[in-house]
Design a protein around this ligand. Structure first.
Ligand code: UGA
Length: 433
């Protein structure tokens, strides 16, 4: 099919490249000229495993191009809206300005029979409003939420674990179009749920709310474990064996971050309050509070381990991204911890395999080093906050040689406490004995 993708960020760039790989003819459109230039040259403007290869192959096939010109959408019959919906500056609600701008830019180029497909995460009720406008051009609207995880975005786009189509009044034409777009996934047996707009919008936010709740649940247990002298990792292993609970997303640590989970639970709460159902998701405020407390807890542990003050002490912060295999530092717990410790007067030296450039743009006051050894050398304290394999695979004995103080805070419970303790380290985990 002839496809346009409006918005070429983490979601849109991957979606456009994957759709081209699957045989569609795709144009990616973005207002950011620098981003378009890099994508056109086959260079992803952000780090995502496998994307560079996919992008290069798709461009070489002649089925993928990028432009800043919204008129390029005129040649397409399916238009994916994949722009961001960040948190508003002055509140918790989602900022829909980019979604509205994307629809505005598409509007003059829509033809009767076209299908506009929303992928952005939006407050329930948004699609119904947009549909009225889209309908005036003779085009249709469908809502097809995206569930990709950063770090696995290419895989999740080509082989999603489910497809959700939100359509109006069972609109069979939109379903047929989406079935053609996603023929590859459907052939693989991917479950497909056809529903209305509101349910499709809610599926997305409730999935993220559930994941956030699961993480905060285990982090709440880690607070209790700390007070009671129990071990949250063993607790998670034990309850995780119950198939109804499951072990995934049950790793206690410094908590969740990124461009999705934190802002999505806040936007969901704000929307539920607008709908007069604030009490139904009031627990999400607690989920958010537990999550933010874990960042503070790491800072308190650091102060405690350094004898009550971090002033002038060298702290090596391993990781700045919100999770490994990404360069994304949006709402990153790791970066928050580094900034807080710097604010308390510590000599923070942060390192990360992929995130330094983005971190420096947001927090230029921190010292960053590319080389792990430079971060560790002479450190009074080491904090692992993003579980990159480079850090979880560190040899405790060799690392001991580099530092001034052999104390490690494992903010992701990703290290073996016995091995580190045996090598002479003082090990502090999150909710671990
Ligand atoms: C999340 C969802 O997992 C995707 O399904 C969704 O499509 C995406 O948001 C989105 O809305 O676009 P992502 O933000 O890439 O994906 O990150 P996750 O893998 O969900 O991780 C989120 C955070 O939770 C990370 O900071 C991670 O370190 C943390 N986490 C995860 C834990 O603290 N404990 C765990 O057990 C699992």
């Amino acid at each position: 099919m002839k496809i346009s993708v409006i918005g070429c960020g983490y979601l849109g760039a991957v979606h456009a490249s994957a759709m081209a790989k699957l045989g569609h003819d795709v144009v990616g459109i973005d207002v950011d000229g620098a981003k378009v230039a890099r994508l056109s040259a086959g260079e992803p403007p952000f780090f995502e495993p496998g994307l560079a290869e996919l992008l290069t192959a798709s461009i070489a096939s002649g089925r993928l191009r990028f432009t800043t010109d919204p008129a390029a959408a005129a040649a397409a019959e399916v238009h994916f809206v994949a722009v961001g919906t960040p948190q508003t500056r002055d509140g918790h609600a989602a900022d829909l300005r980019y979604v509205n701008a994307a629809i505005d830019s598409l509007f003059p180029h829509l033809s009767p029979g076209d299908t506009v497909v929303g992928k952005s995460t939006v407050p329930v009720g948004t699609a119904a409003q947009l549909a009225e406008r889209v309908r005036t051009t003779g085009a249709r609207l469908a809502w097809n939420p995206e569930f990709l995880r950063e770090g696995y975005a290419v895989h999740d786009t080509i082989e999603p674990d489910r497809l959700v189509y939100g359509v109006e009044n069972g609109d069979e034409a939109s379903v047929a179009v989406l079935d053609t777009v996603f023929a590859h996934a459907l052939e693989l047996g991917t479950p497909r749920i056809v529903t209305d707009f509101a349910t499709a919008e809610l599926v997305k936010v409730s999935a993220n709310a559930f994941l956030a709740t699961k993480i905060s649940f285990i982090n709440a247990m880690s607070e209790i474990a700390e007070a009671a002298g129990a071990d949250v990792t063993q607790l998670a292993d034990a309850i995780g064996h119950d198939a109804r609970i499951g072990r995934r997303f049950l790793s206690a640590g410094v908590g969740f971050g990124g461009g999705c989970l934190p802002k999505d639970i806040r936007a969901f709460t704000a929307r539920a309050e607008e709908l007069g159902r604030g009490e139904s998701v009031a627990f999400l405020k607690e989920v958010d509070a537990i999550n933010l407390r874990r960042r503070q807890h790491v800072v308190e542990l650091a102060v405690d381990e350094l004898g009550g003050s971090v002033v002038g002490r060298k702290i090596a912060v391993l990781g700045v991204t919100f999770k490994p295999h990404s360069d994304d530092v949006r709402d990153s717990p790791a970066l928050d911890v580094a900034v807080s410790l710097k604010g308390l007067g510590a000599n923070v030296v942060a390192t990360d395999p992929k995130g330094i450039e983005n971190a420096r743009a947001r927090h230029p006051q921190l010292d960053y080093v590319e080389n792990l050894e430079d971060a560790l050398r002479g450190a009074d304290l080491v904090i692992l906050v993003t579980e990159w394999p480079e850090y979880t695979g560190l040899d405790p004995a060799a690392t001991w040689e580099s530092v001034a103080g052999a104390v490690i805070i494992d903010g992701r419970n990703a290290l073996d406490p016995d091995a580190w303790t045996a090598a002479g380290w003082r090990y502090r985990g999150m909710g671990r004995r």
